[in-house]
Design a protein around this ligand. Structure first.
Ligand code: SF4
Length: 250
């Protein structure tokens, strides 16, 4: 429906225009449905390439190497069958644990030595942010995010995400709220509704949600007033789905 309405075709570049769809999903769909010869790299394909070419996953060039090889190997024709075959091969033969190397058709080419590489685990980065539920009567402020993580998705306004240390959390929350409100000339009382935890690939976020009840509407650049009903029909990130549960509690 979205594709039809926006006159988009099933190509990786068109699919990427849909909010929330990134490189992997757009390439897989257009490869599998339309045989577009774009390089699909999921966890399974990455594992095969890593093993066959004996790549070092700790190297800073690892991602680039995998993508380069995937691109070189992608066929011009029938890419859909190629991708699905690789995924089946990864699940049935080149499995995560105990791959069937003895029976594998590429065993003579493969450089895998049977050892799983131990990755240096990166320390978890904890961040803190504030979402602002700014409401007047039955409406609240909503905008389309320009941040890379949520590009094209609808959300309530929220602060930048700041590195969080448990012992200074309270001060940090107050500072972020007051700074943000003064930047936007909002001086009403506020209450903290609660927080949601969300895990991103490179950090863990604790997002507090602040309720600000206004007597009359204000203008905030890039945001417009919307009812819950209208907001429900808009594309949102899974983080904002969690936040919505806090918003409907009041
Ligand atoms: S030889 Fe083993 S590690 Fe290499 S591709 Fe085949 S199953 Fe995977």
């Amino acid at each position: 429906e979205y594709l039809k309405k926006n006159k988009l075709f099933i190509t990786s570049s068109h699919l990427k225009q849909i909010p929330g769809i990134g490189d992997y999903i757009s390439c897989s769909l257009s490869a599998i449905l339309k045989n577009e010869n774009c390089a699909v790299v999921d966890g399974n394909i990455k594992r095969i390439i890593k093993r066959v070419f004996n790549l070092n996953e700790s190297s800073k060039f690892f991602k680039k190497q995998v993508f380069y090889i995937a691109k070189e190997l992608t066929p011009d024709l029938k890419n859909g069958i190629y991708c699905q075959s690789l995924m089946d091969f990864a699940n049935l033969v080149c499995k995560v644990k105990k791959p069937y190397c003895e029976k594998c058709i590429v065993k003579n080419l493969c450089k895998f030595d049977g050892k799983q590489q131990k990755l240096n685990k990166k320390p978890i980065i904890n961040k803190l942010g504030i979402g602002f539920f700014i409401r007047e009567n039955k409406n609240f402020l909503v905008g389309i995010s320009k941040k890379k993580l949520f590009q094209g998705l609808y959300s309530i306004p929220f602060s930048d995400f700041i590195n969080n240390k448990e012992n200074t959390e309270k001060e940090l929350i107050d500072r972020i709220i007051l700074d943000w409100m003064s930047l936007h000339n909002i001086s009403q009382k506020y209450q903290i509704l609660g927080y949601v935890n969300h895990i991103f690939s490179h950090f863990h976020l604790k997002l507090f949600v602040v309720d600000i009840k206004l007597k009359s509407k204000i203008n905030l650049v890039n945001y417009k007033w919307m009812t819950h009903r209208a907001y429900n029909s808009k594309p949102k990130s899974s983080l904002m789905m969690k936040v919505k549960k806090l918003m409907i509690c009041i």
